[in-house]
Ligand binder design. Structure first.
Ligand code: PHE
Length: 339
């Protein structure tokens, strides 16, 4: 009996199988009710009493080792089988988790796309700017409050150098190197010295547009903005222009769109007015054209500017502006489907 057990033990150790079926055949041969090991268990009855302890231990050991061996063979056969089925030589060596586009980038791209279809080209410029491009060329008087420390971040020791507070500076840079027709859209980050809260931040993003040519009128401006509003917020969107003031445009206006949450009836989102403000606009002040080397006796133009965060808030109902710059991936992942 002991010899038999020893032989079987050696045999089991050498077992191999190349498929799940072969492993199953081995399991039946060794471990099933009618298998070799069970037969030995039956014979165990006839073992003389004084040898029972030793034989019993060896027999148990054989059973355990056989079970271990067969389950190891089974695991190996299973991974072999699934690898053979799904072997994909084009797969990368490790999985790559794709990131998501930032909601502000999604909205910026959408705005730029709409104006690109209307013939606007993209222009970009520096975030650290000189006073001329941000303010003087835009007809800000020397004592205009926007130049004050409360709004503008100045670069220390260089009072002439600022973090731009609007992307109108890019329009100035376009006008100084190009004669009309000019039709540009200027997206970018801007900085203002504001206390950070749910509604304000020390930086945000803008898209500004400029169109200068012969005979450009306020009607052209209204038409382009109406088209933009309907592309961005849906074809039933209404617009409303209210008189306003900017140093660089005359006349100036602020544009509201009909509130798409209540359909214009009035809700807490639109403060029960049925309208929400989305941008500033106007006819380029002739003084701005002349300051930037464009003859205001020949050309006229319009300009508009909007905050991307504001548009994103309207589209995605983000309550707290700070969410946009905290990079919390749980927030960012909500925009996967919008990518
Ligand atoms: N530059 C203005 C701002 O930052 C926006 C604007 C642009 C208004 C063009 C009118 C025309 O608030």
């Amino acid at each position: 009996m002991l010899e038999k057990i020893q032989k079987l033990l050696e045999e089991v150790e050498k077992l191999s199988a190349s498929s799940a079926e072969e492993v199953e055949a081995l399991r039946i041969k060794y471990l099933s009710k009618k298998g070799v090991i069970n037969a030995l268990m039956t014979d165990f009855r006839n073992v003389p009493a004084e040898m029972k302890k030793e034989v019993g231990m060896k027999l148990n050991d054989l059973k355990n080792k056989t079970q271990e061996k067969i389950s190891a063979l089974k695991d190996a056969a299973e991974t072999n089988d699934s690898q053979a089925d799904e072997l994909d030589l084009t797969r990368t060596a490790y999985p790559i988790a794709l990131g998501t586009r930032h909601p502000l980038t999604i909205v910026k791209n959408e705005i730029v796309d709409i104006f690109a279809r209307l013939g606007f080209t993209l222009a970009e410029g520096p975030e650290v700017e000189d006073d001329w491009h941000v303010y003087s060329s835009m007809n800000f008087a020397d004592d205009h409050p926007a130049r004050d420390m409360q709004d503008t971040f100045f670069v220390e020791a260089h009072p002439d150098i600022v973090l731009r507070s609007h992307t109108s500076s890019v329009q100035a840079r376009v006008m100084e190197r190009q004669q009309p027709p000019i039709r540009v859209i200027c997206p970018g980050r801007v900085y203002r010295n504001e206390a950070i809260s749910a509604r304000a931040h020390c930086f945000f993003h803008q898209v500004e547009g400029l169109y200068v040519d012969k005979n450009v009128s306020f009607t052209d401006l209204k038409q382009v903005l109406l088209l933009f509003a309907r592309e961005m917020f849906g074809k039933d969107t209404q617009i409303r222009l209210r008189p306003s003031y900017f140093p660089f445009t005359e006349p100036s206006a602020e544009m509201d769109i009909s509130c798409d949450i209540c359909g214009g009836k009035g809700c807490s989102f639109c403060k029960h007015t049925g309208w929400v403000e989305i941008l500033g606009c106007g006819m380029v002040d002739p003084a701005v054209l002349d300051a930037n080397g464009i003859d205001s006796k020949i050309y006229t133009g319009y300009a508009f500017g909007m905050g991307i965060e504001r548009i994103a808030n309207l589209k995605y109902k983000v309550k707290d502006l700070r969410m946009f710059s905290e990079n919390d991936t749980r927030f960012l992942e909500e925009f996967i489907s919008a990518n």
